[in-house]
Structure formats: structure tokens, C-alpha cells
Design a protein around this ligand. Structure first.
Ligand code: 13P
Length: 251
């Protein structure tokens, strides 16, 4: 009932030419794929060229961040409406790297999510605990405060424009994937929280992605879990063949 989403977060990699070449290759590898939403998130400067390259292919475009104001004297920022204008239908918000290096907080994620929704984008809201938090049994407390803070004050009907990505910080770029059971446990917890906040139909319809060292070898097991509805892929999305293998996890 929930269409899986496989999203590639290209982070700070790929020039315009490299990004368009990658997506061109990807396009041919996933041409026969159905039943999965495929999303790529290049750097801002490559968005509109990648949008041209994927036109008509079914692949969807995401940005890696946005600001919460639509326009104004905010040097260096990019607004949700501008992302839409560049061809985006998704925007990633609150990635742990933004929380760690750029002072992103649950409060700013909340503002960005509201602005993204207002502009007609779907927000991929990222949450996840650090290793120290997991080891001191704070995983569920941290996830709860992130979900509550990031989704605060959203009208229930806007939930269809929210995808949550659970990315344990200790699994990102480390090669240490959360086990299927570890991921499923947190995904089920997130769905329960969303149910408490917005009601069962919204919780059941919402896609919750797992991120953190997703590879062609582990995607199938993760996707077999009841509450895992897709993947947010970093390193393995930078090559067309490995990302296509993840997209085609059902094959
Ligand atoms: P890796 O797949 O490289 O671990 O990165 C995950 C991630 O941060 C996706 O947003």
C-alpha cells in the first residue's frame, strides 16, 4: 500500500557534467522499473541540468536542503519555491550532517518542513541517534524529540508531503548498517509516534526510509521489514550500477 522510495543523496559530490552523466546512465538502467519512486538529490548547481536530463523518465529530483523564507535579504539561501522552479519535487531536510556541521535543529527543520510543504514539495525529514546516544540507551528519547520537534504544528493533511528518513548517525558512511531488527524497531516506533500525533490512517500511509550504509547486498533484507518503506542512500548512489541495483531490489 505504501509505494517504496529509493532516494540517492549525492551530498557534496559531482559537477554539473558528472551529475548529468550519472543520471543519464541511471535512466537507462531503471527504464524498466515500476512500483518504486526513484529520487536523486544533486548539489544545488546541478539541479536544473539534472531536471532536464530526467524529464519524462519518472526519476524525481530532490534538493539537499532549503531555507524557510520564500525570498528576501538572506544571502546564500535557496527557497522551496526556487527548488520547485528548478524542477524539484522533494527536498531533504535535517540531515545529520547539517545538524552536525551547520547548526540545524529540530526547530529549523520544522520551519523548513512547513515552508517546503507550502511550496508543494515533499520533505524528506531526517532523524537518527549518534553512537553515544545509542550506547547510553537514549535512542528512543532522541528519536521522539526529533519527530515531535520536526513535525510540530503540521496539519494532518500535510503529512502526505512528509517522508521520514531514519538514519542512525553511526551507520552513515561507516559501512556499519543497522541490522534489519534494529532498523525495524525504530521505524515501528516512529510510526507509533506519528499515529499518536496525527492518527492511524496518516501513520499507515507515511513512508519511512532507512539510511546508513545501504548497499545492493543489504537492501532486500531491510526492505523486507514491515515498517521500512525505502532507502536514503549516500555512497552507493554515486555510481549508476550500484544505485540501480538498490532501486531494483525486488528483481
Ligand atoms: P551512506 O549510504 O554513504 O552511509 O550515507 C547515508 C546518508 O547519509 C544518506 O543521506
Amino acid at each position: 500500500m505504501r509505494t517504496p522510495v529509493i532516494a540517492g543523496n549525492w551530498k557534496l559530490f559531482k559537477t554539473i557534467n558528472e551529475a548529468t552523466a550519472l543520471v543519464k546512465e541511471l535512466k537507462s538502467l531503471v527504464a524498466g522499473t515500476s512500483g518504486v519512486e526513484i529520487v536523486v538529490a544533486p548539489v544545488f548547481t546541478a539541479l536544473s541540468s539534472v531536471a532536464d536530463e530526467i524529464a519524462g523518465s519518472g526519476i524525481l529530483l530532490a534538493a539537499q536542503d532549503c531555507f524557510w523564507e520564500e525570498e528576501g535579504a538572506f544571502t546564500g539561501e535557496v527557497s522551496p519555491g526556487m527548488l520547485k522552479d528548478a524542477g524539484c519535487s522533494y527536498v531533504i531536510i535535517g540531515h545529520s550532517e547539517r545538524r552536525q556541521y551547520f547548526n540545524e535543529t529540530n526547530g529549523t527543520v520544522n520551519k523548513k518542513a512547513k515552508a517546503a510543504i507550502a511550496a508543494g514539495l515533499t520533505a524528506i525529514v531526517c532523524v537518527g541517534e549518534t553512537l553515544a546516544e545509542r550506547e547510553s540507551d537514549k535512542t528512543f528519547t532522541v528519536i521522539e524529540s526529533q519527530i515531535m520537534g520536526c513535525l510540530a504544528g503540521l496539519p494532518a493533511e500535510s503529512l502526505k508531503q512528509i517522508v521520514v528518513a531514519y538514519e542512525p548517525v553511526w551507520a552513515i558512511g561507516t559501512g556499519k548498517t543497522a541490522s534489519e531488527a534494529q532498523a525495524q524497531e525504530v521505524h515501528a516506533f516512529i510510526r507509533e509516534l506519528v499515529e499518536k500525533l496525527f492518527g492511524k490512517p496518516h501513520a499507515e500511509a507515511m513512508r519511512i526510509l532507512y539510511g546508513g550504509s545501504v548497499k545492493p547486498e543489504n537492501v532486500k533484507g531491510l526492505m523486507s521489514q514491515a515498517d521500512i518503506d525505502g532507502a536514503l542512500v549516500g555512497g552507493a548512489s554515486l555510481k549508476a550500477d550500484s544505485f540501480a541495483a538498490i532501486v531494483n531490489f525486488m528483481a
